[in-house]
Design a binder for this molecule. Sequence first.
Ligand SMILES: Cc1ncc(C[n+]2csc(CCOP(=O)(O)OP(=O)(O)O)c2C)c(N)n1
Length: 341
Amino acid sequence: MIKYHYTGTEYQKWLGTDLPYERDFLIGLFRSMLRIRLIEEEIERRYHEDQMKTPIHLVIGQEATSVGCCAALRREDLLYSSHRTHGNYLAKGGDLKAMLCEMHCRVNGCAGSRGGSMHLIDKSVGMAGTSAIVGGAMPIAAGAALAAQIQGVDRVSVVFIGDATTEEGVASESLNFAALKKLPVIFFCENNFYSVQSPLATRQPPREIYKWAAGYGIASVQVDGTNVLAVYEAVHEAVERAREGGGATFIEAPVYRFRAHGGAGDDSHTGYRDTAEREGWEKVCPVETYFRFLMNAGLINGTLREQMHAEIMQEVLEAFDYALASPNPEKKDLYTHVYSN
Ligand SMILES: Cc1ncc(C[n+]2csc(CCOP(=O)(O)OP(=O)(O)O)c2C)c(N)n1
């Protein structure tokens, strides 16, 4: 039987030990997660105003995966993703103003107002692109890894996927090809147990996804997706393997989305999942469990958190003002960046 309530490891492994990380690094991880959380909450708060001309898929509850992963990557490593993009884009260093402009359909959006929330890109930081087609980015990431391998470039590709993506034919093809060619690619699966409103148990036989992936002949591990340090260490190991020619890694990270599949607010009341289940996962909220860990380690306090909160909110509100003051695309440009006739 698959565990639906993942309790989180609560950082026991590191408590009371000499931490192998610098304070700035540890605090930086918290700041990045808090920033993503606050940005998402502000998007959610304003969504009903209908100024944002895009569907949204919030990552509230899933911050540790993006932040832990990107902390183990270099700027030039490439990150691909799906429809649930905000955390990936922000953690990789994507520009917040360009993201909000994109979501408000403004001309200076990161995809030139053509893509919206599901198509975020910032090549300057290795945020290589996202696709709303479930599984669509997997073979692209494998292809980018093949290119790096052929060109002899020291660059790793990472692709974020959801549990439902592992049901797509292209997932099998990508894993098979990555195994065959020993590609420097990491398949990072955020298993949040649902595909829109379909639970995993109605879609897959009882098995653990990382064990399924291991069947393709690549390294495959499961890591607590609510624990930013555990995620960092798993990705760090996978990146080293990729750089040393050891090939691809699949990482399954159980997580939970605290909000609806799409849009603002929670949708548990519609009956496809229990409110109690969500509340259980909220107890291992990635932001709060890590904050408690840092408090216990004497590395942070409430005042520092409040200070960070205020700085981040100032940045966020300025970015919203910037997006709302930015021009809409002009009608004459309707067919620019369009590649079909
Ligand atoms: C090929 C394809 N099939 C179906 C959809 C509709 N769809 C959009 S998101 C989604 C669920 C994806 O679930 P998962 O990959 O687990 O990611 P999550 O939304 O849970 O983050 C589906 C079925 C789609 N966009 N593309």
